[in-house]
Design a protein around this ligand. Structure first.
Ligand SMILES: [Zn+2]
Length: 190
């Protein structure tokens, strides 16, 4: 099973989705620099990010959280409780970093090279592109109330409701309902 999923339609939102169930269980998938390496490769950002230290890892997790804050507080006028200027400044600073270098050889093989700066640059650039594009109006949170995964609905109908993970969506709606009902019963002490 793949460790990370890429169902958001945007790189920056796939990174945001490496922290799950943000309002309840708050489950962290980016648990170490090695996990960051795997995410970078699975995201097809770089062929090999090389050794990543704790500082690189913390920079990526910090960027993930500021991106989450900005995209869920946009446009700023609608969220007076959040200092959007400050977090947006962080995203913009990262968006000035270099991007991964893509090179094609004669056999048709693409190589992607760079390091942590290029990873952060690519994520932040995707975030500023998203916020300034028509795609942003199509950004949704998964309809599973426990799931906080964000995605851009690129369906023709514009009616996508679920992130697409196994625990979400119609197929498992009944199971999820039963689970919640059982939990509610336990909490009520009956
Ligand atoms: Zn979901």
């Amino acid at each position: 099973m793949d460790e990370f999923v890429f169902v958001s339609g945007r790189l920056c939102l796939d990174l945001v989705g490496t922290k799950l169930w943000r309002r309840s269980l708050r489950t962290e998938l980016l648990t170490s620099p090695e996990a960051m390496r795997r995410w970078v490769r699975q995201a097809e950002l770089l062929d090999d990010p090389g050794p990543l230290d704790v500082r690189a890892f913390e920079r990526l997790r910090r960027l993930r959280e500021v991106v989450y804050t900005v995209v869920t507080s946009w446009p700023p006028g609608d969220h007076p409780d959040v200092n959007v200027d400050a977090v947006l400044a962080e995203v913009n600073e990262a968006a000035r970093l270099p991007l991964p270098k893509h090179q094609l050889d004669v056999s048709g093989r693409l190589t992607r090279t760079g390091g942590v700066d290029e990873v952060l640059g690519a994520v932040a650039r995707d975030a500023v592109d998203l916020l300034s594009s028509a795609h942003f109006a199509r950004m949704r949170e998964c309809a599973n109330p426990d799931c906080t995964r964000l995605f851009v609905d690129l369906s023709h109908s514009g009616a996508r409701r679920w992130c697409g993970m196994a625990e979400c969506g119609n197929k498992n709606k009944a199971a999820s309902y039963r689970r919640r009902k059982k939990q509610a019963t336990i909490e009520a002490g009956v």
